[in-house]
Ligand binder design. Structure first.
Ligand SMILES: [Zn+2]
Length: 355
């Protein structure tokens, strides 16, 4: 685990491992089949209020994977569908294997939405067989132009799946969901599009807020060090340099060398704070903090960020907007920028910085 191999070597190694695993190779081929089946499936759904020939009863049933997708689809489907999210606040989507109950819930769904780009890597086979059975199964990221996706050099051949960290890109995905629902339930096409328009206006306000508070951080301190590489899109969109001791998935453990390099970076740049994530093991981050303190730099823990899962259901942080508001506000305040303690709407629960 704690090998001294360099970060890029380790990532390349992991990538090769992934690419050489026959099951995953088959998964990739089958994923292509999923899109074909999904497209074919769609053309069968042309008649109003029909579900591939069956009469549609409301609310029909949509099943989603992680909280960010669940929240987006709820906003767009409104009262036309019951939206069931499979992954709660503590679930790591990179590692989640579908349980027997997941498979049952998915098989009872009328429509399925997931993030895609291999985020839910261990669910790929399940999505494939669902789509093969004729069920509409969609990745919300499928609408994004490839030129907007990150392909981190150390993870050649794989897209970075953490698209929701760029609010503008996530907003494009919302439009895609509306179009898919409009195809599935043409009688309510306008309803879904209107809901998407309203949700996208809220996301535009969020995007502005995030941009503004991150820009208030003194330039040399715009460095985000967090547990795993979930924040690449965030950094690109809002102007932060992002470093992490763990790669793009949470499958690998940080090496001693990675940790030492980050300790150097923190001490040399006098980075005031680093961050832990709600769904990722904090070991690597704690090691950096300890290393910096041994060298006389009082590095703070800037707080807990939501990366691949949202806050508790029923709270503001348990919505996508609340999660991103919390992240931007926490990061800005910990790194010396200016942001109201209660965030964009004064709704954060006061724990913006828990040092
Ligand atoms: Zn992740």
């Amino acid at each position: 685990m704690l090998s001294s191999s360099s970060k890029s070597f380790r990532h390349l190694h992991l990538c090769l491992q992934l690419c050489r695993t026959p099951r995953l190779v088959a998964g990739v081929a089958l994923l292509a089949a999923v899109s074909l089946v999904a497209i074919t499936g769609c053309s069968d759904l042309g008649s109003p209020s029909s579900n591939g020939g069956k009469a549609l009863t409301y609310p029909y049933r949509i099943v989603t994977t992680c909280g960010m997708v669940t929240d987006m689809v709820r906003n767009i489907a409104g009262d036309k569908a019951q939206v069931i999210g499979l992954m709660g606040p503590t679930v790591d989507p990179h590692l989640h294997k579908p349980t027997r109950s997941d498979v049952r819930v998915l098989s009872e769904a009328d429509v399925v939405f997931y993030v895609g780009l291999m985020l839910e890597g261990r669910m790929a086979d399940t999505f494939v067989s669902l789509a093969a059975s004729g069920k509409p199964v969609y990745a919300v990221t499928e609408v994004l132009d490839e030129s907007k996706l990150r392909e981190p050099p150390e993870f050649e051949g794989h897209w970075d799946p953490h698209v929701w960290m760029n609010v503008a890109l996530w907003s494009e995905c919302a439009q895609g969901v509306a179009e898919r629902l409009a195809e599935f339930d043409p009688a309510n096409a306008q309803y879904y599009r209107d809901n998407a328009t309203q949700y996208r206006q809220e996301l535009a306000a969020l995007d502005n807020y995030v941009r503004q508070v991150i820009a208030s951080i003194p330039e040399q301190q715009r460095m985000l060090i967090t547990a795993h590489d979930a924040f690449g899109y965030f950094g690109d969109a809002y102007g932060l340099k992002v470093e992490s001791p763990q790669g793009i998935t949470t499958e690998s453990e940080p090496s001693v060398e990675d940790v030492n390099q980050l300790v150097d970076l923190v001490v040399e740049n006098k980075v005031p704070a680093i961050f832990v994530e709600s769904s990722v093991n904090p070991k690597g981050i704690q090691a950096i903090q300890q290393g910096a303190r041994q060298r006389g730099w009082k590095l703070q823990l800037g707080g807990r960020l939501f990366s691949d899962a949202m806050g508790a259901e029923g709270t503001y942080e348990g919505t996508y907007i609340g999660m991103m508001d919390h992240n931007a506000t926490t990061i800005a305040r910990a790194l010396g920028g200016e942001a109201p303690e209660g965030g964009m709407q004064g709704r954060l629960s006061g724990a913006a910085i828990d040092k």
